[in-house]
Design a protein around this ligand. Sequence first.
Ligand code: T3D
Length: 258
Amino acid sequence: MTQKEDEVWIREEAGIQEIILNRPSVLNALNTSMIQRLLDALETAAKNPAIRCVVIASNGKGFCAGQDLKEVSDALSPGAVEEHMAQYYNPLISQLYLCPKPTIASIQGVAAGAGMSLALACDFRVASTEAKFVQAFVNIGLVPDSGSTYFLPRMVGLAKALEWTLLGDMIDAQQAWQLGLITALGAPSDLGPATWGLATRLAQAPSSTIALIKQAIHQSGHNTWEQQLTLEQQLQKLAAGTTDHRQRLDAFLHKERP
Ligand code: T3D
């Protein structure tokens, strides 16, 4: 089923929810109504057991140029920016990062500002060789937001995080690939099939286990060694009680496919 609603398209197929940003003339820069649509879609994905994987993709040559700067320039005040972040960007990036379903950003072009944060908040980044990343915030005198200052030091290390956020230079797909930011890199024509292949694999994986694994990995950044071992023990208890575990264990023991 495809729902075409202006600037964000949402379709669901084979357990995969695909969210497509559709403002190609401005490299899919995000306006408020697009963010609201993303929030609604992610809320549905989190609640609906039929959705087992989420893909964020886009139309045109860009992935996402971050906040629509023309929209905010009309209501420019520090208070308005703070309120906008509290109401839209922080919930958006939290819903994406904390989504219990696996998430993939399918990146064919530039991911700038909050558009790069959107990609970083996903579990996987599948990219074309045309993909580019830029922490564009500093170039317009803003601080990186939407989780970029959280994700980058953890993903690429302090030195690269500082280099990218302080200089605001363009990072090409090859550099991002070498630093492990990208899960799969290929020709532009391979992006769709590569994304769909990974999404299909994830949609067939044990959904309840995936939610627990994400929780464990996310919390490892804050926990002590002892706390993490306790958490693993608690989550393993939950995993051991799932149908996913029972079925997959039986399949292994009977030399069958789950
Ligand atoms: O209020 C709050 O909540 C604050 C939150 C902030 C979160 C943020 O995301 S802040 C960061 C916002 N994003 C940027 O600063 C990026 C701005 N864009 C660029 O730096 C460049 O466009 C790119 C490096 C992304 C790509 O460059 P290039 O040369 O490939 O494309 P271009 O020609 O600059 O852009 C193509 C068109 O898209 C152009 O429109 P035109 O001239 O053809 O009519 C350009 O104006 C438009 N566009 C690109 N980015 C944005 C945009 N329009 C509105 N907002 C944008 N962010």
